[in-house]
Design a protein around this ligand. Sequence first.
Ligand code: FCB
Length: 510
Amino acid sequence: MDRRQFLGNSLAAASGAFLSDRGFAGVTSPNSIPGTVPSGEIAHARFPEGFLWGMATASYQVEGAWNLDGKGESIWDRFAHTVGKVKGGATGDIACDQYHRYKEDIAILQRLNQKSYRFSISWPRIQPAGTGAVNQKGLDHYSRMVDTVLESGIRPFCTLYHWDLPQALEDRGGWPNRDLAGYFADYAGILAQHLGDRITVWAPFNMPWSFTYLGYGVGVFPPGRSRYTDFLKAAHTVNLAQGEAFRAIKAASSHATVGSAYGMAPAYPKTNSDADRAAADRYHAMNNVYFLETAIHGRYPKAFVGETPYQTMGFRPGDDKVMQVPLDWIGFHYYTRRIVSDTSASTSAKGGSFGTEIEDTAGGRDPYTRFSSVMPTEGPLTDAGLEKWPRGIYDLVMRISREYNHPVIEITESGCSYLDTPYAEDQEHVPDTRRIDFFREELAELARAITDGARVRAFHAWSLLDNFEWADGYSQRYGLTYVDFRNQKRTIKDSGLWYGRVATANRLDV
Ligand code: FCB
C-alpha cells in the first residue's frame, strides 16, 4: 500500500458528517470554507526583522547523479529500481539534476531574497559503504555548494539524513541494528570536520518517525520491512544516533548548533471522552515528540498503553544518557492535522483505524499505542489529498513552545502539492494561486503564534523545486519553481515570486 492508497482509506474513513459536531471547526470565513483565515488577519500579519525566510530540498529528491563520482547505492536507489515500488516506475536517477545545476538553483533562491537554504547530504556520497573510507569527490561537491550558498548571502542549513541510507548498512541490518548509531556519529563527525567551518546549522534526521515506521513498521518505504518491533528497535537506534551525532558535531566544530527536522501534526481528540483525549496524547508522544522528549529529557514520552516496551526496543542501561542532548533549537514540519481516537476496546480486525498520507496502516492495531489517527477532510484538499488547515500550525507551535519551555523554533518544512503547469501561451508564467492562498493563510497563523510569544525564527517552504516525491514519483508537485522534467527547465511559479516579495517585506499582503 502506498501513500495514496493510505489516503484513499483515510478519505473513506473521514467522509460523512462525523466532524460536524465536534466543536473544533476553527476560524470560518464569511464564505464559510472551513478553516479559512480572515483576510484582516492576513493584512495585519507582520514578521520580525531578521526572520529567516527559506526553502528546503532533500538529496535523493533533487540531486540525481545516483552513481556518479564514487557515490554508493542508497536504499532509495535500490527501492526505486525495484519494479512496482514507485508510481510510474519513477526513480531519482536524474531527478532535478541538482548535482550539476546547483548554481542555477541557488541563483533562484537569491533572486527570491531567501535567507536560508535547507538541503540534505547524501550519506552514500560521503561514505559509499556507510562506514570507513571517505569519498573525497562527494565532500568536494557539497563544499562547493555550501560556498555558493554563502556567496549568495544565504545561510546553509544541513540535514544529515533525509532517508537515503547507504544500502551497505541496510545489508548489515539497517536501523534496527544499534551499531548504526555509532556509524552515523562517525559520518556526522566527518561532515562537521570538513564543512563545519562554514555550516553552523545542523539537523541530524528528517522526520525520524516516518522513515523508521514506514520503512520498518509497515514497509511502504525502503527497505520495505514490516514488523512493528523492528520499527521500535529502529526508532531506538535513531534516538541513540541523534545523541551521538550531536556530540560528534559539537566536538568537530565549535560554531555548530544542532537542532532537528521532525515531522509533526497537531492531534485533536475525536470526542471529548477521556479515552480519546488520552489517545490524542499518545499520538502526540509517538508521532510528534518521540525523538524530542528523548533528547531534551533523556526519556521516552508516554506513547504506549501500559509500560514502555524497553526490552523489545533493545534499550540498555545508560541509553537515557546517550539520548539526552540539549538541542540548540527545535525544528519541525507542518503539513496537516489529525483527529485521533482510542481503539483499545475495538475488537474488529482493522481496529477501526485508518492511516493517512504517509501514516499508519497499523495505527491502533499494534498492541502498544492503540489509537487511530485520521486526517479530516473538512477543509479543502490539496492535489496530494491533504487537508489545508492553517490553524494547525498555530496550535502546534504553541503546544511545543509550552511543553518545551519556549525554545527557539524553526519551521523546517511546510507546503502543498498543486499540479498547475505553465500557461500554454506564456511559458514563463505558472499561475498557482491555490499555493499562494495556502501559504498566505498558514503564515498568518504563524505570525499570530509569534505575536503570542512563540520564538519562531525561520520558515522553510517545501520546496524550492518540483521534485521526486518518494513513492509518488513525479506525480506530485510541491515546488515554488516548476520543473519540466523533459529538459530540466526551471520556471518560478507565481507562488515563488509572491514568496520572494514576502521575504523582502516581512508581511503577507504583497
Ligand atoms: C515531507 C518530506 C519531504 C517531502 C514532503 C512533501 O514528509 O520530508 O521530503 O516529501 O513531505
